[in-house]
Design a protein around this ligand. Sequence first.
Ligand SMILES: NC(=O)c1ccc[n+]([C@@H]2O[C@H](COP(=O)([O-])OP(=O)(O)OC[C@H]3O[C@@H](n4cnc5c(N)ncnc54)[C@H](OP(=O)(O)O)[C@@H]3O)[C@@H](O)[C@H]2O)c1
Length: 332
Amino acid sequence: MDGTGLPTTTLGRSGLEVTRMGLGLAALGRPAYITLGRDIDLGADRDRSTMQQRCHHMLDAAYSAGVRYVDTARSYGRAEEFLASWLRARQLGPGSLTIGSKWGYRYTGAWNMHAALHETKDLSLAMFRDQLPWTMGLLGRHLALYQVHSATLESGVLDDEAVLHALAELGDGGVAVGLTVSGPRQADVVRHALEVEVEGVNPFSTVQATWNVLESSVGPALQEAHTRGWGVLVKEVLANGRLTGRGDHRSEGALEDVATRRGASVDQVAVAAALSQPWADVVLSGAVTPSQLESNLAALDLLLTQEEGEELASLTEDPPSYWDRRGALPWQ
Ligand SMILES: NC(=O)c1ccc[n+]([C@@H]2O[C@H](COP(=O)([O-])OP(=O)(O)OC[C@H]3O[C@@H](n4cnc5c(N)ncnc54)[C@H](OP(=O)(O)O)[C@@H]3O)[C@@H](O)[C@H]2O)c1
């Protein structure tokens, strides 16, 4: 992979080359999102051109820092559009970096900070058939990975023959196929997805899941997926900001103790904990400022000891309460 000083790896049997840290655009493609300090970091001006400028600024910061994986989604407002206009403006051709997007959620915020609903979910064949052309229209041959957005067992998408065949078709066409998972039953969904078959072949080759020092329950299932050749992407490693200098673990407890001893910041320790997982191929940064990104990327040089890993495990929360608390985070 050209021009990156960052460690790289292959995203499992998708064969995609990626850097070990990627940039996620969930917080950059729309005016509102659930992370803690948006009012401080983004200020009040959230109009489209301001957000596009910020998104381009962050993509420039990531690219010049060597990041070569970018994660977006149909539902992240205009994130795919901002990414496409940045690629054009920087004259970056397909393959300059690896790009993953997602289908299954529709953005319903109408660029209104106070929308009652910012996104709705529908993991049907009709939704896939509707959203893929939009993504392809914007990203074209830049699209290397297309993921089911937050697959759940209840959605039935992993047992929907028509959807699985359509995904296998997309995979045969050269776009890698993956899924992302969310919620307290991530591990069950990952294990179910590992057993999916279309004419004897599993269409999925990557999984993206939430893992952090507060919610690590999906870890063993991700190890199984990795062992079976899947690429693993890790999201929400800062628990949407709770594991940063603004979060509820900033001043006491294991995260602070390890950070103080290592002369690091709490976000760096939290990111380093995810990077230290043997099954973690790509850890996503959700940074919205270049200084946040720089701090997150510095975690690549912070190798935690086994003892420190065990110390941080003391922070683990009961998954249902973790996800209830996440569900209560305001869109701001
Ligand atoms: N279902 C899915 O597939 C799904 C769901 C969620 C995320 N994702 C992917 O994962 C990516 C990352 O997720 P995320 O952004 O939700 O979670 P995150 O990484 O846990 O949190 C990122 C947030 O933490 C704050 N932050 C980061 N670095 C900081 C620092 N050094 N100091 C202080 N605050 C800092 C920023 O928020 P503030 O500035 O607002 O405080 C930033 O937006 C997304 O962009 C997306 O690509 C996928």
